[in-house]
Design a binder for this molecule. Sequence first.
Ligand code: NAD
Length: 259
Amino acid sequence: MTLQFDLSDRRVLITGAGQGVGRGLAQAFGAAGATVLINDLRGDRAEEVVAELRSAGGEAEAVPFDVTDYEAATQAITGAGTIDILVNNAGNAGAEGFAARMPFADSTPTDWDPFLQVNLYGVLHCTRAVLPAMVQRQWGRIVTIVSDAGRTGDASGAVYAAAKAGAAGLTRSIALENGRYGITANNIALGTMRTPLTEPLWAEMADSPQAKAILSRYPIRRPGLPEDVAYLAVVLASDHGSWITGQTLPVNGGYSFAM
Ligand SMILES: NC(=O)c1ccc[n+]([C@@H]2O[C@H](COP(=O)([O-])OP(=O)(O)OC[C@H]3O[C@@H](n4cnc5c(N)ncnc54)[C@H](O)[C@@H]3O)[C@@H](O)[C@H]2O)c1
């Protein structure tokens, strides 16, 4: 048996890849030889990651657009050439991270919209845009980054949890509809991560009892890092992943197993 994780004949689009988990995904796909299309709302962040991948000898292009804008996403994706692999990673509520967290009973539709737009509509838009060409080529991989919150719920983050659960359900449905065309679609559900998004929270908590309480729920007593996620996405996207579809795979330091 030969292990074949060389993706040098594949082109991957990663949304929200300008920092954090998406940047880690970009580095891993770059290391596997893929041509990496770096999307971000922030063009400057996308360009930085492109420069990083190119200086490591890889092929990369910036494809900045807002995943919440259906027309812009469709136009950018259909104009970007072949996309063999889509990683739906852009999440939360905009370039600067979380929108307001609050008990659901205190919230209004205005508070819900940023969460739904990025975490659910963004996934709908990008997935819709890549699928027809994947069906035509009879090969495709879709990996959607969701959250444990979609399964466990999230106190003060109910709409985020709902959006992530919705994205996971969409991805499973895509798996059902398109397996016959050589297309797989899976979710990776993350636990608590340490990324630029959450760095200020970790810095604020330092070694506090609050931080210890969070980490005590994880058998592996540390937050996740982008590289903890990235290589699983490469496996799912490789030819070895061809019989794994419709799954939500937890990458969460054992949180779900310990619940
Ligand atoms: N950080 C965590 O603890 C955690 C936990 C569970 C799941 N996740 C999920 O992992 C994914 C990545 O999270 P992260 O921590 O790396 O986030 P992050 O905020 O550090 O990075 C997200 C990137 O996405 C970009 N982005 C935001 N809105 C966009 C839009 N509308 N269009 C295009 N790009 C956009 C941002 O500019 C940013 O560069 C998200 O889907 C998030 O929900 C994160």
